[in-house]
Design a protein around this ligand. Sequence first.
Ligand code: VG1
Ligand code: CO
Length: 543
Amino acid sequence: MDLKTIKTSPFNDQRAGTSGLRKRVSQFKQAHYLENFVQSLFDVLEDFQGKTLILGGDGRYYNDTAIQTITRMAVAAGFGRVLIGRGGLLSTPACSHLIRKTGSFGGLILSASHNPGGPDGDFGIKFNTASGGPAQENLTEQVFARSLEIDQYKLVESSDIELSATTTININNTKIDIIDPVEDYALLMQSLFDFEKIRVLLNSGFSVCFDAMHAITGPYAKKILGECLNISTEQLFNVTPLNDFGGGHPDPNLTYAHELAELMFSDNAPDFGAASDGDGDRNMILGKHCFVNPSDSLAVLAANAHLVPGYRNGLKGVARSMPTSTAVDRVAEQLGIQCYETPTGWKFFGNLLDAGRITLCGEESFGTGSDHVREKDGLWAVLFWLNIIAERKLSVAEILQQHWQKFGRNFYTRHDYEGVDSAAAQMLMKQLEQQFTGLNNKQFGHYTIKQCDNFSYRDPIDDSVSEHQGLRILFENGARIIFRLSGTGTRGATLRVYVEDITTDPARLEQDTQQALLPLLQIAEQLASIKLHTGQDKPTVIT
Ligand code: VG1
Ligand code: CO
């Protein structure tokens, strides 16, 4: 087939955020927009001729068109093989696994994760390297620089490829394989967890439900939870991926997965409930009448990992993103292993995982994962919890209570203010940071400030430094208030306020989170005038 070179001119907004390039569909649909980004990436990458590229996405609107375009460009660029999930589908963790398993050069994941989809929603694209993890900042910055200069891109003139069935075709010197998106991932899960034990738990009457939120985990849940674990189809909700996620927000939290949350707090609540996000890397875990805070989830997984086949030999170390609560730090201390604190975003865990410094890692934003892939992994976390429950024979609530009794409890909440005017959000951050020098040792009731800073991270493996990763107000007793602006939003700014306090007082362990954190929330308002700057009296989402 003929190669065609198309003239183009740069856009100036193709810098990757926390997790790849994420924009409104209307922006992505502009002529040459996607092509410019992909060609900028191919221009910057080296030595991929003849090698394999993995390609797939979460099935959102524009996924199909983008798959066709990228395949034509990958052929023109000289990849030897393009491996595409059937229907153009691959979850983020499954893509990461395939890159690693097949020894591919890298992969392109088409997703805007938890952001809404559809013609008026968002689209996104992210490049993962041979390790299976998201590209590091030095690469994404090179791509951005290239995107400001680009004047042409190349593609092969071919008709659309058929994505609906597994098959192999050749275009010029490139082999295109359409593969089952679930199979390899399902095998990986079976190698890590004791499916037989989980089946025994389920047969004993322990009831489980899962909400795929009309996103990518639908087919994975049907195979792994439905076929392998015999969970009935009535217990698997919204498992048909829709290109607009049924009009919902595929974000597994108490606000956007409210149907599941309501069920889990109702009289006929099952014993266990879980949900995942647009691209399948997040998880929300609920027990009967009980919500597991993601920071606690990471700590519980770390404390119980030795019960699970894949982690029986113990953990090398753990890591959490800076705003994630320090619950896992105390588990690490007891286990005598290192705990690393990284900036927000999975790309920062990659080096630690590759270097064998850590086995488990996680973020407060409903993301947990391990060295089995180089992304966070939603269904993996669900299976991990089920395996722990099958071993310990306790309810989710009992596991949490016992954890808090042993390690103390981190009260933790995140308040998101979405759709804030960008300039106003910047002003809030600037004015707060300006006060920092005067805040040291300042006392608010029984909270005394120990340190305030703008978090900066030096990667212990490659010494790269990432600055301005969030404003931290740290108190003497371990309490923290953190302010950050989101790097994944596409509409104005999203302010995230993370608040945490620690207690070991047995009488306080069961206290309501928002109640326990009220004094710190008031300090946050006092210091940052959140209502004034955002023009909102209350957060859009409370976790
Ligand atoms: C958010 C979360 C962050 C996560 C990122 C990508 O980023 O806070 O923890 O890594 O989303 O998640 P931000 O910059 O909006 O706070 V996702 O599920 O792309 O897969
Ligand atoms: Co996601």
